[in-house]
Design a protein around this ligand. Structure first.
Ligand code: ADP
Ligand code: ADP
Length: 237
């Protein structure tokens, strides 16, 4: 369970980016955060893994507050939080399977590409994740040879290799054509159910949110304006 309580953040004095944001998310829920550009969606995601320091509030993952964690505890939390990015953040010159394995080290690690460092078990796990996202045949191709939708599916496989409880997807479909976008949303929904994940995606497209998400959180000018079961959301937003 992820519980966010009264989250506040200002980048500049007297200009709050987030005001009093509270929501709860149960495991097995695909959540879309929607709202116009500048509303605060990215700020929420960055607070959730403490890439930025928010100013006040609580972020509880299974009852433990991420905000007050020490360095070692924070490292543990982050291992439970996978990330998926708009522009994939893959190492293009490396193969697909190397990129997936890279999720074990953290995507910024300098050990990328040292294939021999990984155990047989880790490689098998990476292959089975590639199968889940429909890319097992591409394992040994370089990422630079893939389409945008395929790259995002590699990014999703990478985010899962540490068996996270939560995956944070920052505009996961904003760079994709409509067909690939649907495909990625369908995949995120399926994986959320299968692994009982908390999957949170920032989206611009309300129609995509309604079609695939279980829960929709609306943000406007740093305020939460709705938090609804996707099925219950009225037609007029
Ligand atoms: P969204 O993801 O919904 O587009 P953001 O969370 O990126 O919104 O931004 C929320 C508000 O915070 C905006 O007013 C934006 O200008 C401001 N903001 C975001 N990042 C920074 C930053 N690093 N420094 C100062 N202001 C920022
Ligand atoms: P740090 O900068 O704290 O040493 P990293 O650079 O490894 O940590 O990771 C920064 C952020 O990226 C963390 O929040 C972490 O959860 C996330 N992250 C780590 N590994 C991956 C990965 N394989 N794919 C995507 N995001 C990751």
């Amino acid at each position: 369970m992820l519980e966010v309580k009264n989250l506040q953040k200002s980048y500049e004095k007297d200009k709050p980016a987030l005001t009093d944001i509270s929501f709860d998310i149960k495991p097995g829920t695909f959540v879309a955060i929607i709202g116009p550009s500048g509303a605060g969606k990215t700020t929420i995601l960055r607070s959730l893994n403490q890439l930025i320091k928010d100013d006040d509030g609580q972020i509880l993952l299974d009852g433990k507050d991420i905000r007050t964690a020490n360095k070692e505890q924070l490292r543990k939390f982050r291992r439970q939080i996978g990330m998926v990015f708009q522009n994939y953040n893959l190492v293009e010159r490396l193969t697909v399977i190397e990129n997936v394995l890279h999720g074990r080290l953290g995507y910024k690690s300098t050990l990328a590409g040292v294939f021999g460092r990984y155990t047989q078990e880790e490689k098998e796990e990476a292959m089975s994740l590639l199968k889940k996202v429909g890319l097992e045949k591409f394992a040994l191709k370089r990422c630079s040879e893939l389409s945008g939708g395929q790259k995002q599916r590699v990014g999703i496989a990478r985010s899962l290799i540490q068996h996270p409880k939560v995956i944070l997807c920052d505009e996961p479909i904003a760079s994709l054509d409509p067909a690939s976008a649907q495909n990625v949303m369908e995949l995120l929904k399926r994986l959320t159910d299968e692994y009982n994940l908390i999957c949170i995606a920032n989206l611009h497209q309300i129609n995509m949110a309604k079609k695939y998400a279980d829960q929709i959180i609306g943000i406007r000018k740093g305020h939460l304006v709705f938090d609804e079961d996707a099925d219950l959301l009225s037609e007029d937003i």
